[in-house]
Design a protein around this ligand. Structure first.
Ligand code: NAP
Length: 446
Protein backbone atom coordinates (compact mmCIF):
# COMPACT_ATOMS: atom_id res chain seq x y z
CA UNK A 1 0.00 0.00 0.00
CA UNK A 2 3.03 2.29 0.44
CA UNK A 3 3.39 2.49 -3.34
CA UNK A 4 -0.20 3.67 -3.60
CA UNK A 5 0.35 6.18 -0.81
CA UNK A 6 3.43 7.67 -2.49
CA UNK A 7 1.52 7.93 -5.79
CA UNK A 8 -1.50 9.57 -4.14
CA UNK A 9 0.67 12.06 -2.24
CA UNK A 10 2.54 12.87 -5.46
CA UNK A 11 -0.74 13.58 -7.27
CA UNK A 12 -0.46 10.61 -9.65
CA UNK A 13 -2.96 10.31 -12.51
CA UNK A 14 -5.67 7.66 -12.67
CA UNK A 15 -3.63 5.69 -15.23
CA UNK A 16 -0.59 5.73 -12.98
CA UNK A 17 -2.63 4.50 -10.02
CA UNK A 18 -4.29 1.82 -12.17
CA UNK A 19 -0.84 0.49 -13.13
CA UNK A 20 0.14 -0.27 -9.51
CA UNK A 21 -0.60 -3.88 -8.54
CA UNK A 22 -3.10 -4.52 -5.73
CA UNK A 23 -1.19 -6.08 -2.80
CA UNK A 24 -1.97 -9.60 -1.65
CA UNK A 25 -2.60 -8.43 1.90
CA UNK A 26 -3.29 -5.18 3.71
CA UNK A 27 -3.39 -3.71 7.24
CA UNK A 28 -6.84 -3.81 8.80
CA UNK A 29 -8.61 -3.71 12.14
CA UNK A 30 -10.73 -6.72 12.93
CA UNK A 31 -12.37 -8.84 15.60
CA UNK A 32 -11.90 -12.61 15.73
CA UNK A 33 -14.54 -15.31 15.67
CA UNK A 34 -12.77 -17.37 18.33
CA UNK A 35 -12.89 -14.44 20.76
CA UNK A 36 -16.62 -13.68 20.69
CA UNK A 37 -17.12 -14.97 24.24
CA UNK A 38 -14.15 -13.10 25.72
CA UNK A 39 -16.41 -10.69 27.65
CA UNK A 40 -18.98 -13.25 28.79
CA UNK A 41 -20.63 -12.34 32.08
CA UNK A 42 -19.35 -8.75 32.07
CA UNK A 43 -21.45 -5.59 32.16
CA UNK A 44 -21.63 -3.78 28.80
CA UNK A 45 -19.61 -0.80 29.96
CA UNK A 46 -16.77 -3.02 31.20
CA UNK A 47 -16.34 -4.72 27.83
CA UNK A 48 -13.22 -3.15 26.38
CA UNK A 49 -12.79 -2.67 22.59
CA UNK A 50 -9.04 -2.28 23.17
CA UNK A 51 -8.95 -6.00 23.97
CA UNK A 52 -11.07 -7.26 21.08
CA UNK A 53 -10.05 -4.98 18.18
CA UNK A 54 -6.85 -6.21 16.54
CA UNK A 55 -4.75 -4.55 13.87
CA UNK A 56 -2.82 -6.74 11.46
CA UNK A 57 -2.41 -7.98 7.88
CA UNK A 58 -5.35 -9.73 6.21
CA UNK A 59 -5.52 -11.25 2.71
CA UNK A 60 -7.00 -9.06 -0.04
CA UNK A 61 -10.28 -10.55 -1.29
CA UNK A 62 -11.09 -10.97 -4.97
CA UNK A 63 -13.05 -8.09 -6.56
CA UNK A 64 -16.64 -8.64 -7.80
CA UNK A 65 -17.66 -6.96 -11.09
CA UNK A 66 -19.73 -4.27 -9.35
CA UNK A 67 -17.07 -3.38 -6.77
CA UNK A 68 -14.04 -1.17 -6.31
CA UNK A 69 -10.81 -1.47 -4.38
CA UNK A 70 -10.21 1.76 -2.52
CA UNK A 71 -7.18 3.06 -0.64
CA UNK A 72 -8.65 4.26 2.63
CA UNK A 73 -6.97 7.52 3.59
CA UNK A 74 -9.06 7.99 6.73
CA UNK A 75 -12.03 6.41 8.44
CA UNK A 76 -14.14 7.04 11.54
CA UNK A 77 -15.42 5.34 14.64
CA UNK A 78 -19.12 4.67 14.56
CA UNK A 79 -21.12 3.12 17.33
CA UNK A 80 -21.61 -0.01 15.20
CA UNK A 81 -17.87 -0.70 15.54
CA UNK A 82 -18.37 -0.45 19.30
CA UNK A 83 -21.23 -2.98 19.08
CA UNK A 84 -19.07 -5.33 16.96
CA UNK A 85 -16.11 -5.03 19.32
CA UNK A 86 -18.11 -5.82 22.45
CA UNK A 87 -20.07 -8.55 20.62
CA UNK A 88 -23.41 -6.96 21.51
CA UNK A 89 -26.27 -7.43 21.06
CA UNK A 90 -24.91 -10.33 18.94
CA UNK A 91 -21.52 -11.23 17.47
CA UNK A 92 -21.48 -9.87 13.92
CA UNK A 93 -20.13 -13.16 12.52
CA UNK A 94 -23.75 -14.31 12.21
CA UNK A 95 -24.31 -11.47 9.69
CA UNK A 96 -21.22 -12.51 7.74
CA UNK A 97 -22.33 -16.15 7.66
CA UNK A 98 -25.76 -15.15 6.34
CA UNK A 99 -24.14 -13.05 3.59
CA UNK A 100 -21.82 -16.00 2.96
CA UNK A 101 -24.81 -18.10 1.92
CA UNK A 102 -25.73 -15.61 -0.83
CA UNK A 103 -23.65 -17.00 -3.66
CA UNK A 104 -20.04 -16.95 -4.65
CA UNK A 105 -19.30 -13.27 -3.97
CA UNK A 106 -21.12 -13.32 -0.66
CA UNK A 107 -19.09 -16.36 0.41
CA UNK A 108 -15.93 -14.21 0.55
CA UNK A 109 -17.31 -12.44 3.63
CA UNK A 110 -17.84 -15.45 5.91
CA UNK A 111 -14.39 -15.49 7.49
CA UNK A 112 -13.01 -16.05 10.97
CA UNK A 113 -12.12 -12.36 11.23
CA UNK A 114 -14.36 -9.35 10.64
CA UNK A 115 -12.73 -6.20 9.23
CA UNK A 116 -14.85 -3.41 10.69
CA UNK A 117 -15.56 0.22 9.83
CA UNK A 118 -18.46 1.91 8.02
CA UNK A 119 -16.98 5.22 6.92
CA UNK A 120 -14.09 6.17 4.64
CA UNK A 121 -12.50 8.89 2.59
CA UNK A 122 -10.48 7.22 -0.07
CA UNK A 123 -8.96 7.01 -3.52
CA UNK A 124 -10.31 4.46 -6.00
CA UNK A 125 -7.56 2.01 -7.03
CA UNK A 126 -9.31 -0.42 -9.37
CA UNK A 127 -12.89 -1.09 -10.40
CA UNK A 128 -14.70 -4.25 -11.47
CA UNK A 129 -15.83 -4.77 -15.05
CA UNK A 130 -19.43 -3.66 -14.38
CA UNK A 131 -18.50 -0.30 -12.81
CA UNK A 132 -19.40 2.67 -15.02
CA UNK A 133 -19.19 5.93 -13.10
CA UNK A 134 -15.94 5.65 -11.16
CA UNK A 135 -12.34 4.87 -11.97
CA UNK A 136 -8.81 4.74 -10.55
CA UNK A 137 -7.69 8.04 -8.99
CA UNK A 138 -11.18 9.27 -8.07
CA UNK A 139 -11.29 10.84 -4.62
CA UNK A 140 -14.35 9.57 -2.79
CA UNK A 141 -16.26 9.15 0.42
CA UNK A 142 -18.18 5.96 1.06
CA UNK A 143 -21.68 5.48 2.44
CA UNK A 144 -22.50 2.23 4.16
CA UNK A 145 -25.80 1.15 2.58
CA UNK A 146 -24.87 -2.21 1.05
CA UNK A 147 -27.66 -3.31 -1.25
CA UNK A 148 -28.23 -6.27 -3.53
CA UNK A 149 -29.72 -4.48 -6.52
CA UNK A 150 -31.02 -7.75 -8.03
CA UNK A 151 -33.71 -7.85 -5.36
CA UNK A 152 -36.99 -6.18 -6.41
CA UNK A 153 -37.38 -4.98 -2.83
CA UNK A 154 -34.35 -2.73 -3.34
CA UNK A 155 -35.99 -0.64 -6.04
CA UNK A 156 -38.29 1.70 -4.19
CA UNK A 157 -36.34 2.88 -1.20
CA UNK A 158 -33.21 0.73 -1.08
CA UNK A 159 -32.96 0.79 2.70
CA UNK A 160 -36.19 -1.26 2.59
CA UNK A 161 -34.49 -4.03 0.62
CA UNK A 162 -35.01 -7.31 2.38
CA UNK A 163 -31.30 -8.13 2.37
CA UNK A 164 -30.04 -4.58 2.93
CA UNK A 165 -26.85 -4.48 5.00
CA UNK A 166 -24.47 -2.01 6.61
CA UNK A 167 -20.98 -2.20 5.12
CA UNK A 168 -18.30 -2.99 7.69
CA UNK A 169 -20.90 -4.12 10.23
CA UNK A 170 -23.02 -6.70 8.41
CA UNK A 171 -20.36 -7.21 5.71
CA UNK A 172 -16.63 -7.82 5.86
CA UNK A 173 -13.82 -5.69 4.35
CA UNK A 174 -14.85 -2.46 6.11
CA UNK A 175 -13.24 0.95 6.23
CA UNK A 176 -11.00 0.80 9.30
CA UNK A 177 -8.15 -0.49 7.14
CA UNK A 178 -5.67 0.68 4.52
CA UNK A 179 -7.71 -0.92 1.75
CA UNK A 180 -11.40 -1.70 1.47
CA UNK A 181 -13.78 -3.37 -0.94
CA UNK A 182 -16.98 -1.46 -1.65
CA UNK A 183 -19.81 -1.61 -4.15
CA UNK A 184 -19.67 1.11 -6.77
CA UNK A 185 -23.08 2.31 -5.59
CA UNK A 186 -21.56 3.23 -2.21
CA UNK A 187 -19.24 5.83 -3.71
CA UNK A 188 -19.74 9.59 -3.49
CA UNK A 189 -17.46 12.53 -4.30
CA UNK A 190 -15.04 13.63 -1.57
CA UNK A 191 -15.69 17.19 -0.35
CA UNK A 192 -12.76 19.02 -1.95
CA UNK A 193 -12.36 21.61 0.82
CA UNK A 194 -11.92 19.05 3.59
CA UNK A 195 -8.90 17.03 4.70
CA UNK A 196 -9.04 13.25 4.47
CA UNK A 197 -10.01 12.89 8.14
CA UNK A 198 -12.60 15.69 8.00
CA UNK A 199 -14.14 14.07 4.93
CA UNK A 200 -14.10 10.56 6.43
CA UNK A 201 -16.32 11.13 9.45
CA UNK A 202 -19.55 12.28 7.83
CA UNK A 203 -21.28 9.71 5.66
CA UNK A 204 -22.78 7.37 8.24
CA UNK A 205 -24.07 9.82 10.82
CA UNK A 206 -24.77 12.67 8.40
CA UNK A 207 -26.87 10.49 6.08
CA UNK A 208 -28.76 8.96 9.02
CA UNK A 209 -29.64 12.38 10.43
CA UNK A 210 -30.56 13.62 6.94
CA UNK A 211 -33.07 10.81 6.46
CA UNK A 212 -34.50 11.35 9.95
CA UNK A 213 -34.97 15.12 9.70
CA UNK A 214 -34.83 16.18 6.03
CA UNK A 215 -36.01 13.33 3.79
CA UNK A 216 -39.71 12.70 3.23
CA UNK A 217 -38.94 9.17 4.44
CA UNK A 218 -38.24 10.45 7.97
CA UNK A 219 -39.89 13.21 9.99
CA UNK A 220 -38.96 16.19 7.82
CA UNK A 221 -38.65 19.48 9.64
CA UNK A 222 -40.68 22.51 8.62
CA UNK A 223 -39.56 26.08 9.20
CA UNK A 224 -40.48 27.08 12.73
CA UNK A 225 -40.48 23.52 14.11
CA UNK A 226 -38.96 22.91 17.50
CA UNK A 227 -36.89 19.75 17.67
CA UNK A 228 -35.58 17.98 20.76
CA UNK A 229 -32.20 16.46 19.90
CA UNK A 230 -30.76 13.95 22.38
CA UNK A 231 -26.97 13.65 22.35
CA UNK A 232 -26.81 16.91 20.44
CA UNK A 233 -23.01 17.10 20.34
CA UNK A 234 -22.58 13.38 19.57
CA UNK A 235 -22.19 11.70 16.19
CA UNK A 236 -25.80 11.85 15.04
CA UNK A 237 -26.81 14.87 17.08
CA UNK A 238 -24.09 17.16 15.71
CA UNK A 239 -25.62 16.76 12.24
CA UNK A 240 -29.21 16.84 13.49
CA UNK A 241 -28.79 20.28 15.07
CA UNK A 242 -27.15 21.58 11.87
CA UNK A 243 -30.13 20.35 9.82
CA UNK A 244 -32.48 22.10 12.23
CA UNK A 245 -30.56 25.37 11.95
CA UNK A 246 -30.27 25.10 8.16
CA UNK A 247 -33.99 24.30 7.81
CA UNK A 248 -35.33 27.14 9.92
CA UNK A 249 -36.18 24.92 12.87
CA UNK A 250 -35.18 25.51 16.48
CA UNK A 251 -33.13 22.68 17.97
CA UNK A 252 -33.29 22.02 21.69
CA UNK A 253 -30.06 20.15 22.28
CA UNK A 254 -29.57 17.82 25.22
CA UNK A 255 -26.00 17.06 26.33
CA UNK A 256 -24.22 15.98 29.50
CA UNK A 257 -21.61 18.63 30.33
CA UNK A 258 -21.05 22.38 30.38
CA UNK A 259 -18.26 21.96 27.88
CA UNK A 260 -20.73 20.41 25.40
CA UNK A 261 -23.22 23.21 26.12
CA UNK A 262 -20.52 25.74 25.21
CA UNK A 263 -19.66 23.83 22.03
CA UNK A 264 -23.28 23.83 20.88
CA UNK A 265 -23.65 27.52 21.63
CA UNK A 266 -20.63 28.17 19.44
CA UNK A 267 -22.23 26.08 16.69
CA UNK A 268 -25.29 28.35 16.89
CA UNK A 269 -27.62 26.22 19.02
CA UNK A 270 -29.12 28.59 21.57
CA UNK A 271 -31.42 26.26 23.50
CA UNK A 272 -29.33 23.61 25.24
CA UNK A 273 -30.09 21.47 28.28
CA UNK A 274 -27.31 19.91 30.37
CA UNK A 275 -29.00 16.65 31.40
CA UNK A 276 -26.35 15.97 34.06
CA UNK A 277 -26.88 19.36 35.71
CA UNK A 278 -30.66 18.96 35.42
CA UNK A 279 -30.25 15.49 36.95
CA UNK A 280 -33.37 14.02 35.32
CA UNK A 281 -34.40 10.71 36.88
CA UNK A 282 -36.79 9.34 34.29
CA UNK A 283 -36.50 5.90 35.92
CA UNK A 284 -37.18 5.56 39.66
CA UNK A 285 -35.77 2.05 39.49
CA UNK A 286 -35.09 -0.55 36.79
CA UNK A 287 -38.84 -1.13 36.25
CA UNK A 288 -40.60 2.15 37.03
CA UNK A 289 -40.56 5.48 35.26
CA UNK A 290 -41.38 8.80 36.87
CA UNK A 291 -43.88 10.93 34.97
CA UNK A 292 -43.06 13.96 37.12
CA UNK A 293 -39.54 13.88 35.70
CA UNK A 294 -40.93 13.78 32.14
CA UNK A 295 -42.99 16.85 33.11
CA UNK A 296 -39.88 18.57 34.43
CA UNK A 297 -38.14 18.01 31.07
CA UNK A 298 -41.22 19.39 29.26
CA UNK A 299 -41.20 22.45 31.49
CA UNK A 300 -37.49 23.01 30.86
CA UNK A 301 -38.06 22.80 27.11
CA UNK A 302 -40.94 25.29 27.24
CA UNK A 303 -38.78 27.55 29.41
CA UNK A 304 -36.18 27.64 26.65
CA UNK A 305 -38.27 27.80 23.46
CA UNK A 306 -41.76 28.67 24.65
CA UNK A 307 -43.53 25.53 23.43
CA UNK A 308 -43.43 21.73 23.26
CA UNK A 309 -41.39 20.18 20.48
CA UNK A 310 -42.81 19.11 17.11
CA UNK A 311 -40.17 16.42 16.65
CA UNK A 312 -37.99 14.38 18.98
CA UNK A 313 -34.74 13.07 17.50
CA UNK A 314 -34.41 9.83 19.48
CA UNK A 315 -31.59 7.30 19.75
CA UNK A 316 -30.65 6.74 23.44
CA UNK A 317 -33.61 4.33 23.64
CA UNK A 318 -34.77 2.81 26.92
CA UNK A 319 -33.47 5.56 29.19
CA UNK A 320 -35.19 8.39 27.30
CA UNK A 321 -38.02 7.00 25.16
CA UNK A 322 -40.72 7.44 27.81
CA UNK A 323 -39.68 11.07 28.22
CA UNK A 324 -39.46 11.55 24.44
CA UNK A 325 -42.99 10.28 23.82
CA UNK A 326 -44.23 12.54 26.60
CA UNK A 327 -42.28 15.63 25.47
CA UNK A 328 -43.46 15.64 21.82
CA UNK A 329 -46.34 18.03 21.29
CA UNK A 330 -49.86 16.96 20.31
CA UNK A 331 -49.57 15.55 16.79
CA UNK A 332 -45.78 15.47 17.04
CA UNK A 333 -43.35 12.81 15.87
CA UNK A 334 -40.66 10.84 17.66
CA UNK A 335 -38.19 9.67 15.02
CA UNK A 336 -35.85 6.95 16.25
CA UNK A 337 -32.91 5.09 14.76
CA UNK A 338 -31.32 3.40 17.75
CA UNK A 339 -31.44 2.34 21.37
CA UNK A 340 -27.99 2.80 22.88
CA UNK A 341 -29.21 2.38 26.47
CA UNK A 342 -31.49 -0.58 25.76
CA UNK A 343 -33.89 -1.67 23.04
CA UNK A 344 -36.77 -2.98 25.15
CA UNK A 345 -38.69 0.27 25.27
CA UNK A 346 -41.42 1.45 27.63
CA UNK A 347 -43.57 4.53 27.24
CA UNK A 348 -47.06 5.54 28.34
CA UNK A 349 -49.22 4.76 25.34
CA UNK A 350 -51.95 7.13 26.54
CA UNK A 351 -49.70 10.06 25.74
CA UNK A 352 -49.18 8.66 22.26
CA UNK A 353 -52.73 7.93 21.21
CA UNK A 354 -54.65 10.64 23.08
CA UNK A 355 -52.32 13.28 21.66
CA UNK A 356 -52.09 11.70 18.22
CA UNK A 357 -48.33 11.36 18.21
CA UNK A 358 -46.32 9.17 15.86
CA UNK A 359 -43.24 7.04 16.47
CA UNK A 360 -41.28 6.72 13.25
CA UNK A 361 -38.49 4.19 12.77
CA UNK A 362 -35.54 5.14 10.59
CA UNK A 363 -32.36 3.36 9.57
CA UNK A 364 -29.33 4.83 7.80
CA UNK A 365 -30.29 6.19 4.34
CA UNK A 366 -30.73 5.15 0.72
CA UNK A 367 -28.07 6.10 -1.88
CA UNK A 368 -30.02 9.17 -2.98
CA UNK A 369 -30.36 10.47 0.57
CA UNK A 370 -26.69 9.74 1.35
CA UNK A 371 -25.69 11.48 -1.89
CA UNK A 372 -27.77 14.57 -1.12
CA UNK A 373 -26.44 14.71 2.44
CA UNK A 374 -22.88 14.38 1.09
CA UNK A 375 -23.58 17.18 -1.37
CA UNK A 376 -24.41 19.49 1.52
CA UNK A 377 -21.01 18.67 3.05
CA UNK A 378 -19.39 19.31 -0.35
CA UNK A 379 -21.04 22.75 -0.47
CA UNK A 380 -19.91 23.65 3.05
CA UNK A 381 -23.50 23.74 4.32
CA UNK A 382 -22.93 20.89 6.76
CA UNK A 383 -19.75 21.02 8.83
CA UNK A 384 -17.73 17.95 9.86
CA UNK A 385 -17.91 17.54 13.65
CA UNK A 386 -14.44 15.97 13.79
CA UNK A 387 -13.20 16.33 17.37
CA UNK A 388 -10.24 13.94 17.64
CA UNK A 389 -7.97 11.94 15.36
CA UNK A 390 -6.36 8.58 16.09
CA UNK A 391 -4.10 6.36 14.02
CA UNK A 392 -5.33 2.99 12.80
CA UNK A 393 -2.91 1.24 15.17
CA UNK A 394 -4.74 2.98 18.00
CA UNK A 395 -8.24 2.04 16.82
CA UNK A 396 -9.13 0.18 20.02
CA UNK A 397 -8.57 3.30 22.06
CA UNK A 398 -10.64 5.36 19.64
CA UNK A 399 -13.55 2.88 19.93
CA UNK A 400 -13.14 2.87 23.72
CA UNK A 401 -13.64 6.66 23.78
CA UNK A 402 -16.95 6.32 21.94
CA UNK A 403 -18.06 3.31 24.01
CA UNK A 404 -17.50 5.25 27.24
CA UNK A 405 -19.06 8.48 25.88
CA UNK A 406 -15.78 10.36 26.41
CA UNK A 407 -15.87 12.04 23.00
CA UNK A 408 -17.69 14.85 21.21
CA UNK A 409 -18.91 14.70 17.60
CA UNK A 410 -16.91 12.23 15.57
CA UNK A 411 -13.53 10.56 16.05
CA UNK A 412 -11.51 10.25 12.86
CA UNK A 413 -8.94 7.53 12.20
CA UNK A 414 -5.94 8.02 9.93
CA UNK A 415 -5.49 4.90 7.82
CA UNK A 416 -3.13 5.48 4.87
CA UNK A 417 -2.96 9.24 5.41
CA UNK A 418 0.33 9.76 7.28
CA UNK A 419 -0.76 12.91 9.10
CA UNK A 420 -3.68 15.28 9.61
CA UNK A 421 -4.49 18.12 7.25
CA UNK A 422 -3.75 16.42 3.91
CA UNK A 423 -6.13 16.05 0.99
CA UNK A 424 -7.54 19.60 0.84
CA UNK A 425 -7.96 20.53 -2.83
CA UNK A 426 -10.31 23.53 -2.75
CA UNK A 427 -8.69 26.11 -0.46
CA UNK A 428 -10.87 28.90 -1.75
CA UNK A 429 -14.09 27.12 -0.68
CA UNK A 430 -12.47 26.26 2.64
CA UNK A 431 -11.77 29.90 3.24
CA UNK A 432 -15.32 30.85 2.26
CA UNK A 433 -16.86 28.27 4.63
CA UNK A 434 -14.45 29.39 7.34
CA UNK A 435 -11.51 27.56 8.89
CA UNK A 436 -12.87 28.30 12.37
CA UNK A 437 -16.25 26.78 11.59
CA UNK A 438 -14.78 23.69 9.90
CA UNK A 439 -12.45 23.02 12.84
CA UNK A 440 -14.85 23.98 15.65
CA UNK A 441 -15.14 20.48 17.17
CA UNK A 442 -11.44 19.72 16.58
CA UNK A 443 -10.34 22.87 18.40
CA UNK A 444 -12.81 22.13 21.18
CA UNK A 445 -11.61 18.51 21.48
CA UNK A 446 -7.92 19.45 21.40
P1 NAP B 1 -22.43 9.01 19.97
O1 NAP B 1 -21.45 9.76 19.16
O2 NAP B 1 -21.95 8.21 21.13
O3 NAP B 1 -23.52 10.05 20.48
C1 NAP B 1 -24.62 9.65 21.22
C2 NAP B 1 -24.95 10.68 22.27
O4 NAP B 1 -26.11 10.24 22.95
C3 NAP B 1 -23.86 10.83 23.31
O5 NAP B 1 -23.00 11.87 22.94
C4 NAP B 1 -24.65 11.17 24.59
O6 NAP B 1 -24.68 12.58 24.72
C5 NAP B 1 -26.07 10.71 24.27
N1 NAP B 1 -26.47 9.64 25.18
C6 NAP B 1 -25.86 8.45 25.38
N2 NAP B 1 -26.52 7.74 26.30
C7 NAP B 1 -27.56 8.50 26.70
C8 NAP B 1 -28.61 8.33 27.65
N3 NAP B 1 -28.72 7.21 28.39
N4 NAP B 1 -29.51 9.34 27.80
C9 NAP B 1 -29.40 10.47 27.07
N5 NAP B 1 -28.43 10.68 26.16
C10 NAP B 1 -27.53 9.71 25.99
O7 NAP B 1 -23.23 7.98 19.07
P2 NAP B 1 -23.98 8.24 17.68
O8 NAP B 1 -23.04 8.00 16.57
O9 NAP B 1 -24.73 9.51 17.73
O10 NAP B 1 -24.99 7.02 17.70
C11 NAP B 1 -26.01 6.96 18.69
C12 NAP B 1 -26.77 5.66 18.54
O11 NAP B 1 -27.36 5.60 17.24
C13 NAP B 1 -25.89 4.41 18.65
O12 NAP B 1 -26.63 3.41 19.34
C14 NAP B 1 -25.68 3.98 17.22
O13 NAP B 1 -25.44 2.60 17.08
C15 NAP B 1 -27.00 4.39 16.60
N6 NAP B 1 -26.93 4.71 15.16
C16 NAP B 1 -27.88 4.15 14.35
C17 NAP B 1 -27.86 4.44 13.01
C18 NAP B 1 -28.85 3.80 12.08
O14 NAP B 1 -28.71 3.90 10.89
N7 NAP B 1 -29.87 3.14 12.57
C19 NAP B 1 -26.91 5.31 12.48
C20 NAP B 1 -26.00 5.91 13.34
C21 NAP B 1 -26.01 5.60 14.69
P3 NAP B 1 -24.62 13.33 26.13
O15 NAP B 1 -23.92 12.41 27.10
O16 NAP B 1 -23.85 14.57 25.83
O17 NAP B 1 -26.04 13.60 26.51
Amino acid sequence: MQEFLSAILAGASGEEIAAIPIPESYRASFVKRDETDMFEGMESEDKDPRKSLHVGEVPTPELAPDEAYIAVMASAINFNTVWTSIFEPLPTFGFLDRLGREGVWGARHALDYHVVGSDASAVVLQVGSAVRNWGPGDKVTVHCNYVDDQSPTAHDDSILADNQRIWGFETNFGGLADLAVVKANQLMPKPAHLSWEEAAVNALCNSTSYRMLVSHNGAPITQGDKVLVWGASGGLGAYAVQYCLNGGATPVGVVSSQSKVDLLHELGVEAVIDRKAANYRFWKDEHTQDESEWRRLGKDIRGLVGDDVDIVFEHPGRQTMGASVFAAKRGGTIVTCAATSGYMIEYDNRHLWMKLKTIKGSHFANYREAWDANQLVCEGKILPPLSAVHTLDNVGDAAYQVHRNLHEGKIGVLCLAPEEGLGIDDHELRQRVGEDRITLFRRHGA
